[in-house]
Design a binder for this molecule. Structure first.
Ligand code: FBP
Length: 550
């Protein structure tokens, strides 16, 4: 007997809902030529063969699905795990099999590196069935190898030709889909006969725009964090003796923190994008937290909950400028990370501009060191390694100690720290993510079938039931602009940060002063997979508000 939980056994029987356009024969509607969101001339020059492609929309065609040619497709999971990846793969598998039963699906192992190093396995029906509606990426594993060099594309082509693969589906975030666009362009320019399709994945929720409404995994991950934060709040409200500082994943944008703030109503929820817009310093943030701690202590409440997006530090304008210079310095001197302790600190201080050196010197040593750690393969600071929660609580404690000494603070302050990130990335997908992911994969099969390349699989009207979803493809170049990475200007998909004029943030900011003082904790509880649709199919608040909820 298989070693699986009872929940997994029953959940395996869940049949994800598909949008009507994908439920039978499909007709393709082509829109007008498109433009990139910025730097049109440069993007067009870099992507001469895949720039300006039309948007594609699928419609339900009359009659039976005509048998198509067998499709051999390769699939890659790229970057951080996100709930629902297995359903993208099962949707893709079912999609190509529905087109022709002789189609084959090959999974490249441990991320894009699997394509380059020719590590793969064929995904057969038995394997796929084991993973339906489960969390994780363990069916083939994931990795962060950046696919950008010609020799990598050529190595990939060798195995693609050997397996007679006609399309590669890359399931990834903004960086991985940027690579998908580069790969599509390269193979098209070569006339290699290989299509490349992307699928929008990331718990961070920052791969979205007017056409891609959400990245998968955000819904489930935030529901898991919401449950955990609610539990901490209830503990906090029972013991009334700790301030809990909770750092939340989300490398850059604060969508995760904002969503968790909306569903748990903590005393404080910091939003990095607001910190940047208000040009706040680290001290401003510490002053704000301290003021709430004092105000609550004056009413006898020496406890509270603070949510901190993990990317916060990068959004504090002075630290952002410091990180930008550190990025260039690290790119020019990769040996920095081989230097030990004070030697590294001295080298960095000597080579930074005067202003940034001052900021660097003012940070606690461990945080300064964490800022110089190696970037990930895409050039990002590894913010999940920076202990912002401890940094803030320590600075608040220092300030309160000084105020106590001066007789201006009479309360107590005792801090606990948490980091919620990995706890939610491999959870079993919510109904929403199970449906959305399956539809993304099934839709990717249709994009392959109609010969598309350089497209991202797109399912729209996500706040509505799946019976009203629209399916199609968006040219990836349409989402791109030029940005500085590792010291050079590069074409990348524009990240979606929290919109301070959007309804999710506005709703939060209308309530936060009340939540700061008047304990209003809200306990969302665990994701429900069985039971009333009102609970099981509930959309996250971000999506709900973004699509006009009140
Ligand atoms: P993706 O952008 O690849 O989806 O990854 C998101 C993320 O979970 C971030 O929230 C986090 O900062 C990062 O991955 C952690 O990376 P790693 O898994 O390499 O520790």
């Amino acid at each position: 007997m298989k070693n699986i939980s009872l929940l997994q056994k029953h959940r395996a029987n869940y049949r994800p809902n598909l949008p009507p356009a994908l439920q039978g024969a499909v007709k393709v509607h082509k829109g007008a030529p498109t433009e990139s969101v910025g730097d049109q001339a440069e993007i067009k020059k870099l992507f001469p063969n895949t720039y300006g492609l039309p948007q594609l929309t699928f419609e339900r065609a009359e009659g039976e699905t005509p048998a198509g040619r067998p499709l051999n497709v390769g699939v890659i999971l790229s970057g951080g795990q996100a709930p629902g990846g297995h359903n993208v793969i099962s949707g893709l598998f079912d999609g190509i099999k529905a087109i022709n039963a002789d189609s084959h699906l090959y999974g490249f192992l441990m991320g894009p590196g699997g394509l380059v190093d020719h590590n793969y396995k064929e995904l057969t029906a038995d394997i796929i069935d084991e993973y339906r509606n489960t969390g994780g990426f363990d069916i083939i594993g994931s990795g962060r190898t950046k696919l950008e060099k010609e020799e990598q594309f050529e190595k990939g082509l060798e195995i693609i030709k050997k397996l007679d693969i006609s399309a590669i589906v890359i399931i990834g975030g903004d960086d991985s889909n940027t690579n998908a666009a580069a790969l599509a362009e390269y193979y098209k320019a070569k006339n290699a006969g290989v299509q490349v399709i992307g699928c929008p994945k990331t718990i961070d929720g920052d791969l979205k725009n007017d056409f891609i409404e959400a990245s998968f995994g955000f819904d489930t991950a935030t529901k898991v964090y919401g449950e955990l934060i609610g539990n901490v709040e209830r503990d906090c409200n029972s013991a009334k003796k700790y301030w809990h500082f909770i750092k939340l994943m989300g490398r850059s944008a604060s969508h995760i923190a904002l969503e968790c703030g909306l569903v748990t109503q903590p005393n404080i929820c910091l939003i990095s994008e607001e910190v940047e817009a208000k040009n706040q310093t680290l001290n401003d943030i510490v002053d704000y937290i301290t003021s709430v701690v004092i105000a609550r202590s004056e009413q006898g409440d020496n406890y509270g909950v603070v949510l901190i997006p993990e990317g916060l530090i990068e959004f504090i304008p002075a630290i952002k400028a410091l990180i930008a210079e550190l990025n260039d310095l690290l790119a020019a001197h990769p040996e920095i990370n081989k230097l030990k302790g004070s030697a590294q600190r001295e080298f960095v201080l000597k080579n930074l501009s005067e202003e940034n050196a001052q900021h660097y010197a003012s940070l606690p040593e461990n945080v300064a060191r964490q800022l110089t750690l190696d970037r990930d393969p895409h050039g990002n600071v590894q913010v999940s390694l920076i202990e912002t929660d401890k940094l803030l609580s320590q600075m608040v404690a220092n300030k309160l100690a000084a105020l106590k000494e001066a007789g201006q603070f009479k309360g107590k302050f005792s801090a606990m720290h948490h980091f919620f990130g990995y706890e939610g990335r491999c959870a079993a997908p919510s109904n929403f993510d199970a449906d959305y992911c399956y539809a993304l994969g099934y839709n990717a099969a249709q994009l392959v079938n109609c010969g598309a390349t350089g497209y991202m699989s797109s399912i729209r009207h996500l706040a509505k039931p799946a019976s009203e979803w629209e399916a199609g493809g968006i040219p990836i170049t349409m989402m791109m602009n030029m940005e500085q990475r590792n010291g050079k200007m590069k074409p990348v998909i524009r990240k979606a940060l929290v919109d301070l004029n959007g309804l999710p943030f506005k709703t939060f900011s209308q309530h936060r002063d009340d939540w700061a003082l008047n304990t209003s904790y809200f306990y969302p509880g665990p994701i429900q997979y069985f039971g009333p649709s009102e609970i099981c199919d509930r959309r996250n608040r971000t999506l709900y508000f973004e699509q006009g909820g009140d």
